[in-house]
Design a protein around this ligand. Structure first.
Ligand code: ZN
Length: 398
């Protein structure tokens, strides 16, 4: 005999971080996989027990640049089980929505990974795929494999979209690489597939960045999406007053609402003053905090790989074994939020940039905020923003 299932109701109490306010004595009511109430504890329809002092209720975090963790990496995964090791490492630490990021590799490898990860997106485990490359600057390749960098190829974009089952959500591109900007180029093919061109790993000029932003930002907006910059400052020339490069163009675009800039605000990739100045300058509404995590996230120091590149992690910092370029991060997104708050950014802004803004930029409108009707994704932390409980779609996952 079957019974109609009654949705499980969960009530939580603590400092509540909404998309645009922090409520000191807040409450959250979840019904089934949805948020049913998020507001002052005094007005909650279901009473929640008092929580330990400092308990903080955050939305499940949204990481749009993440190559792996827990010893596994998406560019190297050859089975769903391997990829899920990385997904679960981040999820257990509060990242309830993530893109799986690839790195520059040969065509066959990219197609195979797009198929594997597209199936994980179909299963609801990840929100889609971010491809970092392969149409990037040789000079500013960072940890990207030099022999696989190629000129812009719109047909390859369409093949990746098809192989992923339509789950390619973003691709890092350098505007100066031939075949990226302009009619028939890579950016156009990405937009047609509802995927976000993300400006990065570029040695191009300010003018080349401005031209790509002018082409992409309005076209994406019509589709409910926003252009991004891939880890602003990293993988691009520093701002020089006579040679401003892409940084100035990206900051201006973010300030006027044409771009969301990623910051790997983990305390390694950027100085604390850079983090707080950028967020103050362009506003948290135009910043996405990301991890750029690789396999070593949540793991000890040692030897790892990132796609075809060998990486050595020492004192938690990942560098190419040959050459010493920074090769991704080892933090989880809550660690980045904690580092951002430690840099002097208000909690509300740090959390918004790690949830609401990246979700909005990629059109993920069911997640990213503790808002009635959205998916019940909650990260409960202690006063120091250390995870104590993670709920995804109403179900405890840590
Ligand atoms: Zn990356």
């Amino acid at each position: 005999m079957s019974h109609p299932s009654t949705p499980v109701t969960t009530a939580l109490r603590g400092r509540l971080v909404l998309p645009d306010a922090v409520i000191e004595d807040g409450a959250l009511v979840l019904e089934g996989d949805r948020v049913a109430y998020a507001g002052p504890a005094a007005g909650a329809p279901v009473a929640a027990a008092h929580a330990p002092a400092g308990t903080t209720l955050l939305p499940g975090l949204v990481d749009v640049h993440d190559h792996g963790g827990g010893g596994a990496s998406f560019p190297d995964a050859t089975s769903a089980e391997q990829a899920l090791v990385a997904v679960r490492e981040h999820r257990a630490n509060g990242t309830t929505t993530m893109l799986a990021s690839l790195v520059t590799a040969g065509r066959e490898t990219l197609i195979a990974r797009a198929q594997l990860l597209g199936a994980l997106a179909d299963a609801g485990e990840i929100a889609g795929i971010h491809s970092e490359g392969p149409f990037l600057s040789y000079e500013r390749r960072g940890a990207q494999s030099p022999e696989h960098l190629v000129p812009g190829d719109a047909a390859l974009v369409r093949d990746l979209v098809a192989a992923s089952g339509g789950h390619l959500r973003s691709m890092t591109v350098a505007p100066e690489v031939p075949g990226v900007a302009g009619p028939g180029g890579v950016a156009e093919a990405l937009i047609a597939a509802d995927a976000v061109p993300s400006l990065g790993h570029t040695s191009g000029s300010a003018e080349q960045a401005e031209a790509l932003i002018a082409q992409v930002a309005p076209a994406l907006r019509e589709r409910g999406l926003e252009m991004t910059a891939t880890h602003l400052f990293n993988g691009m020339p520093p701002l020089h007053h006579r040679e401003p490069g892409p940084v100035a163009a990206c900051l201006a675009a973010a300030a006027r609402g044409d771009m969301v800039v990623e910051l790997v605000a983990d305390g390694v990739h950027l100085a604390p003053a850079t983090i707080r100045s950028v967020i103050e300058m362009v506003g948290a509404d135009h910043v996405a905090l990301v991890t750029d995590a690789m396999a070593a996230a949540g793991m000890p120091d040692g030897s790892y790989v990132l796609g075809p590149m060998a990486v050595t992690v020492a004192d938690g910092v990942a560098r190419l074994t040959e050459g010493g370029s920074i090769a991704g991060g080892t933090a989880r997104l809550i660690d980045v939020v904690r580092a951002t708050v430690a840099a002097g950014v208000p909690l509300l802004d740090a959390v918004r940039a790690a949830s609401w803004v990246p979700a909005r930029a990629l059109g993920l409108n069911d997640v990213g905020g503790l808002v009635v009707g959205r998916r019940a994704d909650v990260l409960v932390t202690d006063a120091d923003l250390r995870p104590v409980r993670v709920i995804r779609a109403g179900v405890d996952v840590a």
